[in-house]
Ligand binder design. Structure first.
Ligand SMILES: Nc1ncnc2c1ncn2[C@@H]1O[C@H](COP(=O)(O)OP(=O)(O)O)[C@@H](O)[C@H]1O
Ligand SMILES: [Mg+2]
Length: 238
């Protein structure tokens, strides 16, 4: 379970997160939806202990990221950045991560095979396409077989086959009782993948509900989310 309580984050005069609270439950895929710049990546970085909030607290299984004994075995994350040394091969990158977390090396080949990078394992990751980078990031996230997964726009750059594969993977992970939070700015994509939605706008919570409940509020999910974001813009003007 992931819990965000009253998260506030400012960058100079800009408020990226504003008293944001939500809970991500295990056993279902939770979509983290919001337009570009709404604070999704910031919230995910705060949960992963990469950014310090100005207010509030985020926990994973009841503990702050920095208090996790073996982080990679407890939470797998794919964040927006290319978090690897470009000169290293995919395999060397994963092997280094595995060693640091005392994960057996055979797991490296397992995840490379699993994400479809077995053939490219000995190529330099710096030369990878965006889709291949996403797959490598996913491999790193899955390396420690964590109960919690946090993926920031993981569909970006994937081909249609890759998107279908990832969608099934996320559902399967949730079906095994894991906690899965996946961000997207694409309503159509997330509505197929997720059962639950946390919708934010301008760093604030707009909705925390099931996909079907939200869709039933208006003619379609798109309309319901349009109403929420337009309502927020109207509210911030008045
Ligand atoms: N390191 C940073 N320095 C300054 N502003 C930032 C930084 N990271 C994000 N922001 C700003 O915070 C807001 C939220 O950004 P972000 O979390 O990346 O949104 P999203 O992931 O939903 O597109 C944006 O206005 C963005 O420009
Ligand atoms: Mg983002």
């Amino acid at each position: 379970m992931i819990e965000a309580r009253g998260l506030t984050k400012r960058y100079g005069g800009l408020v990226a997160l504003s008293d944001l609270s939500f809970t991500v439950e295990p056993g279902r895929v939770t979509g983290f939806l919001g337009p570009n710049g709404s604070g999704k990546s910031t919230a995910m970085r705060v949960i992963m202990g990469l950014d310090h909030p100005d207010g509030g607290r985020a926990t994973i299984g009841g503990r702050s990221y920095h208090d996790l004994r073996w982080p990679l075995r407890e939470v797998g994350a794919l964040l927006e950045t290319r978090a690897f040394h470009p000169g290293r091969t995919a395999r060397a990158h994963l092997a280094a991560l595995a060693a640091a977390s005392r994960i057996p090396e055979r797991r490296v080949d397992e995840v490379l095979e699993f994400v479809g990078l077995a053939e490219a394992a000995r190529r330099r990751a710096g030369k990878f396409s965006l889709g291949m980078c996403q797959r490598l990031g996913l491999a790193a996230a899955l390396l420690g077989d964590p109960a919690v997964l946090l993926l920031d726009e993981p569909m970006n750059g994937l081909d249609p086959e890759g998107i279908r594969w990832l969608r099934n993977l996320l559902r399967e992970m949730a079906g095994q009782g894991r906690t899965v939070l996946v961000s997207s700015h694409l309503i159509s994509e997330i509505s197929i993948t997720a059962q639950h939605l946390v919708v934010i706008g301008q760093g604030r919570l707009l909705a925390d509900t099931t996909v079907s409940e939200l869709a039933s509020r208006a003619g379609s999910l798109e309309d319901a989310i349009f109403d929420l974001t337009m309502g927020q813009i109207a509210g911030s003007r008045s």
